[in-house]
Design a protein around this ligand. Structure first.
Ligand code: ADP
Ligand code: ADP
Ligand code: MG
Length: 665
């Protein structure tokens, strides 16, 4: 086996690869940019090589720097992770020339699968079912309309070089093709420098189901079943699971065998993923594309098969024969993964940047009836920068069946506490509880269908309200008792006070609290509830049982009260005496400052363009400028109709969060 390898990546996936190497006794070298000098991957690696400034184009994407780092450290092979250079055939060829092993497939396979049109043709030849459509390039809008009519609506217009959901559009009629064709062409040109377009049938009730394959250099190839990744936002996966609730044994086998046939057609010799779109109507499925790398969501496959995919990649890259036979593989239980993104679900999922003031993931191992696995590349105190992907962690849970895996995921999310940046945990936690998701009746439009206005938090159920009330009361009671002990005041100790009012947002709930040691009795509307918990001040997660049932609530300190979180619910909590509560009720509400005349940058980033001029009339909702952060371009729109008075920034400027970019009269 290799003695030393280099990891040409960062973050969570670099850490993931190091873990397997450590277990196998392989030394690791990690390359890093200035932004990652103190990262977890750098801390864990045996050796590190600095490769330049934060922008990926000047560091992680520069082949020369990566190759130099290999020569400097004597590493024998490179694991590319995903993204960056992982699917670049030029990189794989370069390594071949330099006699450095690429821990990935042969360059020919990467090249053949790198293009959506050529890979489709290859797939069709290998007997894989492909989406009905026009296999050739389409040159003009007229031709696009004609081809679409022949295929039959709805159709999907796609960029051949497309990826990451860019350069894709659905059209339901001629008019939408007339608009969509030039738009996709322009987007493809801008994003990929390649404006070749094709059109195919849009599959109704589409579900994203993909097959994990693993090949070696001796002609062997197996499939490790499927993952369902239909929970996507703007074609970006958010929640993935394995197996898929849609497939039956026969369909699974058919899909797996087709994936292997395609892999064999290009002598596939590493870990790869064959993506299909499957119809929820009749389980028919069609080849979409093949990703010639390890995939973000590979842990769910590892959890149900017990196979370490990174280990297998290392072994086959070294030249070993696959030791696993198809008939050895069995699906064990169910696994689900949530991608934890640094983004604000309450503000249209805008990227969120800053220091992780607190980062307390749930512990790995058993939780309830399932198990938890955490793949993360950050630690408390780390800075989330604007230069890279917003994904900071993956929370994976496993159970004997789908419900157990999802229940465990929900409980684990309840115990995942982050402060300092915004995170999407409340959103994915809300999905875990949502009826349609639970039923397994999902499509790639799920998020759009169920959260059409975006995410605005979830109203607590009665039981959740009880959890929140009890947590606020207990935490407040314990703090009050501690404050008494410190001040030593004897008259009416707070500990003796039984009557309190818990205010959740605006809802006032009178309660009676009797504190014990690691327990409390809380009376709400005449009903006595018993809380048992070993919570102590200093942590921001209260875990315990209420009337024997276990629960967890996270909280952050606010200048006044606490911010409580449980599942998709997020509330401000205040605990006060009945007298104060009465006074608060009479207090007029503070008016919100009027910011409608200002266009404010919602996050730190880079101004891509300013799309208005001084003196211009702008309608409410009209695009004012574009700010880029974390590889995403965010269109900032006017909050109200008005005339532009001043423009404070220009294209290329960096802006801070809350910076005023444009002002209206
Ligand atoms: P797909 O959605 O096509 O299946 P994946 O979900 O497997 O792709 O994710 C691959 C993408 O994830 C990359 O192209 C990149 O945008 C992003 N990504 C996540 N983490 C990283 C990272 N550490 N380095 C580079 N890219 C990353
Ligand atoms: P990307 O390279 O961006 O990953 P894909 O071709 O894999 O592009 O498609 C992205 C997503 O769009 C898929 O996950 C699937 O949900 C959806 N999709 C793609 N093609 C079709 C189709 N013909 N019909 C319905 N949905 C599709
Ligand atoms: Mg894809």
């Amino acid at each position: 086996m290799f003695k030393k390898i280099l990891i040409a990546n960062r973050g969570e996936i670099a850490v993931r690869v190091i873990k397997t190497c450590k277990r196998m006794g392989i030394k690791t070298v990690v390359v890093y940019s200035d932004a990652d000098a103190n990262s977890m991957a750098v801390e864990m690696a045996d050796e590190t090589v600095h490769i330049g400034p934060p922008p990926a184009a000047e560091s992680y994407l520069v082949m020369d720097k990566i190759v130099d780092a290999v020569k400097q450290t004597g590493a024998e092979a490179i694991h590319p992770g995903f993204g960056f250079l992982s699917e670049n055939p030029e990189f794989a060829k370069r390594l071949e020339k330099e006699k450095i092993v690429f821990i990935g497939p042969n360059p020919h396979a990467i090249e053949a699968m790198g293009d959506k049109i050529s890979s489709k043709n290859l797939a069709a030849e290998a007997g894989v079912s492909t989406v009905p459509g026009h296999m050739g390039l389409i040159e003009s809008t007229e031709e696009a309309v004609k081809v679409s009519g022949d295929i039959g609506y709805p159709v999907m217009i796609k960029a051949s070089a497309g990826g990451g959901g860019k350069g894709i559009r659905v059209a339901y009629n001629d008019k939408e093709v007339q608009e969509g064709f030039p738009a996709v062409k322009a987007e493809a040109k801008a994003s990929f420098g390649d404006d070749r377009i094709f059109i195919e049938k849009f599959i109704e009730q589409p579900r994203h189901v993909e097959i994990q394959v693993m090949g070696d250099k001796h002609g062997n190839c197996i499939y490790l079943f499927e993952r369902e990744c239909s929970i996507q936002r703007r074609n970006q996966k958010v929640i993935e699971e394995a197996p898929s609730p849609l497939l039956d044994e026969a369909t699974r086998k058919k899909m797996g065998e087709q994936a292997v046939a395609l892999a064999k057609a290009v002598d596939y010799d590493s870990a790869g993923t064959v993506e299909f779109v499957a119809s929820g109507v009749d389980k028919s499925f069609y080849f979409l594309e093949m990703n010639t790398r390890l995939q973000v969501e590979h842990p769910v496959t590892e959890m149900i098969t017990g196979v370490d995919l990174v280990e297998q990649m290392l072994r086959v890259a070294y030249g070993e024969k696959l030791a696993i036979k198809q008939e050895d593989l069995k699906i064990n239980g169910w696994a689900v993964e949530s991608r934890v993104y640094a983004e604000d679900p309450y503000r249209k999922f805008l990227p969120s940047i800053g220091r992780l003031r607190r980062f307390h993931p749930p512990g790995e191992g058993e939780l309830g009836e399932g198990t938890v696995r955490m793949d993360s590349g950050v630690r408390e105190g780390d800075e989330i920068s604007m230069f890279y992907d917003p994904m900071i962690a993956k929370l994976v849970t496993h159970g004997k069946d789908r419900d157990t895996a999802l229940d465990t995921q929900a409980s684990a999310l309840d115990r995942f506490h982050i402060e300092g940046i915004q995170d999407n945990i409340p959103f994915v936690a809300a999905v875990m509880d949502e009826k349609r998701f639970r039923s397994g009746d999902i499509t790639t439009a799920y998020i759009k269908d169920e959260f059409p206005e975006g995410f605005d938090g979830v109203e607590p159920t009665d039981k959740q309200r009880l959890y929140l009330t009890v947590t606020a009361a207990y935490v407040h009671g314990v703090f009050a008792r501690r404050a008494e002990k410190i001040s030593g005041r004897m008259s009416e100790p707070a500990e003796a006070r039984k009557e309190w009012v818990v205010i959740l947002d605006k809802h006032q709930q009178p309660i009676e609290l009797e504190l014990g040691d690691d327990s409390a009795k809380i009376t709400i509307e005449g009903k006595v509830h018993t809380l048992e918990t070993d919570w102590k001040p200093g942590t921001h997660l209260l875990e315990g049982t209420i009337d024997g049932e276990s629960f967890a609530v996270k909280f952050a300190d606010k200048t006044e009260g606490y911010l409580l979180r449980h599942r998709g619910v997020s509330v401000r909590a205040l605990v006060c005496t009945p007298l104060t509560a009465k006074m608060l009720e009479r207090l007029p509400e503070k008016p919100k400052p009027d910011t409608s005349k200002l266009v404010i940058s919602p996050m730190p980033g880079l101004v891509v363009s300013i799309d208005v001029e001084v003196g211009q009339e702008v309608e409410e909702g009209e695009a004012v400028c574009i700010v880029e952060a974390m590889k995403m371009q965010n269109i900032i729109r006017a909050e109200a109709t008005g005339t532009v008075k001043t423009i404070n920034v220009g294209a290329g400027d960096s802006v801070a969060a809350d910076e005023v970019m444009v002002e209206f009269e």
